[in-house]
Design a protein around this ligand. Structure first.
Ligand code: T4K
Length: 352
């Protein structure tokens, strides 16, 4: 049997079936119905954010947040992230300017952000990823944001349930994709404490409508259906159990593989990250044996089309090192003790 990194956490089927019946009986299937509101309330409770705006996926959420904050032209972004992060900017006709990570971290380097701001003109914002549940250095980034008067949006796709996330920067964007710790099949949520920004994001996800036949801004369809929201509600109701399970899985790997496993105690344990000298060789060995580890994020975004070749002299040594070394191991509620034993035995066999 194949072992995966992104096998979805399911939660209570009974509750989901009950909610789906309610939705079908009510015939309110979408257009920001009651389950979308319930989901948004749960995310506010969880994160402490004043506003949560559910959207169709995190990529759209990033687009909307950046657009609502008037990001245009150059925007600073890490290269060590899922390609959705720069793509959201590119899709909004912004130019992603890739910045290196801090040594020993998975997140964008504030020092490199500042250095880049000194070299690149017309930067209108920063989009920084809290990678694998490891939060960015938010205080340093906030100081830079204040000093240069540019907004910061956090890509918090991996971070539901991570302490201290939801109210940083101008906005944070979570993913509820099937592969995330909590999921709504597909989905995302923007959180912010800024009333005006929340209002604009709400309008933008719904064509800019303020009322029947009235619009106040340009917008798009980024709504989450109530069926998706119901799955999100079920998933969030089970979030503590998912985190507990992940923590146990992480502990098992850590006990067995020790320093190979990156410390993850500050996060939600959703990604168990191994750092090895030759991620390529190890991943190939494991894939042949049905252990479908993932090399997130290899190659770095600056080496992916459409960004490849855009900055020929760009040097991102810390990013390159992570791309060479990081392997994400199978985790989540579908993984059990036997599976972990199998993964560890295969890794040990590879290293002889
Ligand atoms: N920002 C960051 C930092 C992100 O990591 C992501 C998404 C986003 C933004 C964008 O969020 P959304 O717009 O999607 O809300 C996966 C996910 O598809 C992607 O959502 C995620 N990041 C990324 C890190 O991982 P792939 O290409 O590796 O996905 P895939 O479909 O190959 O799935 C991985 C594994 O999970 C496979 O072995 C199969 C298994 N799987 C997957 C799905 C969808 C299942 O067993 N069942 C399923 O339903 O990108």
């Amino acid at each position: 049997m194949e072992l995966h990194v992104g096998r979805p956490n399911i939660g209570s089927r009974e509750l989901l079936h009950q909610l789906l019946d309610e939705i079908l009986d009510s015939r309110v299937l979408t257009n920001n119905g009651p389950f979308v509101e319930i989901l948004e309330g749960l995310v506010c409770d969880l994160t402490g954010a004043k506003h949560a705006i559910a959207v169709s996926n995190a990529t759209r959420g990033l687009e909307i947040a950046c657009r609502a904050l008037n990001m245009e032209r150059e925007v600073l972004v890490p290269s060590f992230t899922f390609v959705a992060t720069p793509n959201a900017l590119h899709w909004q006709r912004c130019r992603p300017v890739f910045v290196d990570t801090s040594p020993g971290k998975f997140t964008i380097s504030p020092e490199e952000v500042e250095r880049t701001l000194g070299m690149v003109r017309r930067v209108s914002g920063i989009v920084a990823t809290h990678t694998f549940g490891q939060l960015c250095q938010v205080d340093k980034l906030q100081s830079i944001s204040d000093a240069y008067n540019i907004p910061v949006v956090y890509d918090a796709a991996h971070c539901l349930g991570v302490p201290g996330v939801g109210t940083n920067g101008n906005a944070e964007v979570f993913s509820l994709h099937a592969t995330k710790i909590a999921n709504s099949f597909e989905g995302g949520v923007i959180t912010t404490n800024d009333d005006d920004l929340a209002y604009t994001c709400r309008l933008m996800r719904n064509y800019g409508f303020t009322g029947y036949g009235e619009t106040a801004t340009y917008g798009i369809n980024a709504k989450m259906s109530d069926v998706h929201a119901a799955m999100g509600v079920v998933s969030l109701s089970n979030l503590d159990d998912f985190i507990d399970w992940n923590k146990w899985v992480y502990g098992q790997y850590k006990m067995r593989l020790r320093d190979m496993i990156v410390d993850g105690e500050d996060g939600n344990y959703h990604y168990v990250v191994a750092m090895v000298d030759d991620a390529e060789g190890l991943a190939a060995h494991l894939h042949k044996r049905g252990v479908l580890v993932r090399r997130y994020f290899h190659p770095g975004c600056h080496n992916l089309i459409p960004y490849l070749g855009m900055y020929p002299s760009l040097s991102l040594p810390n990013t390159e090192e992570l791309c060479r070394k990081v392997v994400c191991l199978p985790t989540g509620t579908s993984i059990n003790e036997e599976d972990i034993e199998r993964v560890c035995l295969e890794i040990e066999a590879y290293y002889g």
